[in-house]
Write a protein that binds this ligand. Structure first.
Ligand code: THU
Length: 165
């Protein structure tokens, strides 16, 4: 055996909470804002409602929800609606945290739903832009909450603006 490669092993860890009640009060209220925002999702095609709430370094909270379209790819996820909204109205202010939750028709989601790959990439952009970690808090409709202190845990080996220098 003479392998010409070594192995790079990437491990990620998440905090797991039994419910939102185990989060600190600031994070509970951020998640609550995501839940409220979820009610305004426009998701007539998937009937899968997603809400997101962004906490900025200046204490402002900006929300978003998924916005679908008859031309399916023209819609946008809640996380990106929220983070682009935040950047549009508070340019230059670092993002501290994002809380995300969702609700499907027909079943109660009790497993935290993580952001899709494209949303992870966008969260990574703002983390790199401000060189400041973004805490990610995820829940389904109810039950367990997962949290991580940065996007690295969800997007190991990420491509980011540092490669473009
Ligand atoms: N969706 C989000 O809003 N965030 C995600 O991270 C995953 C998916 C939305 C997109 C679409 O409106 C619906 O959920 C079903 O995919």
């Amino acid at each position: 055996m003479n392998p010409k490669f070594t192995k790079l092993s990437v491990t990620t860890e998440f905090e797991v909470y039994g419910s939102e009640n185990d989060l600190n009060s600031h994070e509970q209220s951020l998640l609550k804002k995501a839940q409220l925002s979820m009610k305004n999702a426009y998701a007539p095609y998937s009937n899968f409602l997603v809400g997101a709430a962004i906490l900025l370094e200046n204490g402002e909270i900006v929300v978003g929800n998924n916005q679908e379209n008859a031309a399916y790819p023209s819609g946008l996820c809640a996380e990106r609606v929220a983070i682009f909204h935040a950047s549009a109205i508070h340019p230059g202010v670092p993002v501290t945290a994002i809380a995300v939750c969702c609700k499907a028709s027909g079943s109660v989601i009790e497993t935290p739903v993580p952001p899709c790959g494209a949303c992870r990439q966008v969260i990574a952009e703002y983390e790199t832009k401000y060189d400041s970690p973004i805490r990610i808090i995820m829940q389904g409709e109810k039950g367990k909450v997962y949290a991580s202190n940065n996007i690295e845990a969800l997007l190991p080996l990420m491509f980011n603006r540092k490669y473009l220098k």
